[in-house]
Design a binder for this molecule. Structure first.
Ligand code: DGL
Length: 275
């Protein structure tokens, strides 16, 4: 039987933090991860470019027989998801589904915030799109009263270049955290609104007061996907279950294998692809 995996897409390695949670929550399913490492980061690219690249990736994953694609990237979710769902999907694959990471995160924030004072850390693209404040306003039933944001343009390059342990990482993380804490002194929830950021969470925690809940998206997205599949048996039925995870990258497969193995804590073997 031809494999029908869940496609997981990110501009680079960040989506691996989501994949890790997905494979834990749905171990029997097959996954196909695609990192557009040749063109990362997306965070500083324009709307049109992020849309074009994301659509290419989604089409590629559909071509690999993925009935469902998770865009495990906030920047792409913010800039491309709606167009893909509303304009492209009906034309290219009306029976397939594409889901993002912002909506599940927003629902979780609304569930856990006590005082409605929320902070979001993200890429320049995610922050300037205002997707979080808009969606939090729309979906939190009035529970979120204020959303402040901080763009952290250096954080994705730090992860992609494996500079996580460096002094530079510490400098930029401290600076951005101090900035957002200054924007609202009463935050009770801080969203890591970029799937790369959990890889920096050890340093982030050093600068965030203990009373503030730091939200990583992996587990949230996994929980919501389990629920989604229970409600959408027509998609669930199409997915194959042999517990196999494959990796694709648009850059060197050897480099991907080395870094991804480090992030996932086990060996992976990727295949290089061209769109
Ligand atoms: N992991 C992507 C996100 O969640 C990073 C985007 C980038 O490539 O800058 O936004």
């Amino acid at each position: 039987m031809k494999r029908a995996p869940i496609g997981v897409f990110d501009s680079g390695y960040g989506g691996l933090t989501v994949l890790k949670a997905l494979e834990k929550a749905l171990p029997e399913f097959d996954f196909l991860y695609l990192g557009d490492n040749a063109r990362t980061p997306y965070g500083t690219r324009s709307f049109d470019v992020v849309y074009e690249y994301t659509l290419q990736a989604v089409k590629y994953l559909f071509g690999q027989n993925c009935p469902l694609v998770i865009i495990a990237c906030n920047t792409a979710s913010a800039k491309a998801l709606r167009n893909i769902q509303q304009l492209d999907l009906p034309k290219i694959a009306p029976e397939n589904r594409v889901l993002g990471v912002i909506r599940p995160s927003v629902e979780k924030v609304a569930e856990i915030t006590k005082n409605g004072q929320v902070g979001v850390l993200g890429t320049v693209g995610t922050v300037t799109s205002d997707s979080y404040p808009i969606e939090l306003e729309k979906w939190s039933n009035g529970r979120v009263k204020s959303t402040v944001q901080e763009a952290c343009p250096m954080w994705v390059p730090i992860v992609e270049n494996n500079e996580i342990e460096s002094e530079g990482a510490e400098f930029f993380i401290k600076k951005n955290i101090q900035n957002i804490l200054r924007k609202n002194k009463n935050l009770d929830t801080l969203v890591l609104g970029c799937t790369h950021y959990p890889l920096l969470n050890k340093i982030i925690q050093k600068y965030v007061p203990k009373e503030i809940t730091i939200l990583e998206q992996g587990q949230i997205v996994a929980e919501k996907l389990v629920d989604y599949l229970d409600r959408h048996s027509e998609i669930k039925e199409k997915l194959t279950k042999s517990g196999i995870i494959n990796f694709l990258t648009t850059e060197s497969a050897d480099t991907f294998d080395e870094k991804a193995s480090l992030f996932l804590g086990r060996k992976v073997k990727a295949k290089k692809i061209h769109f």
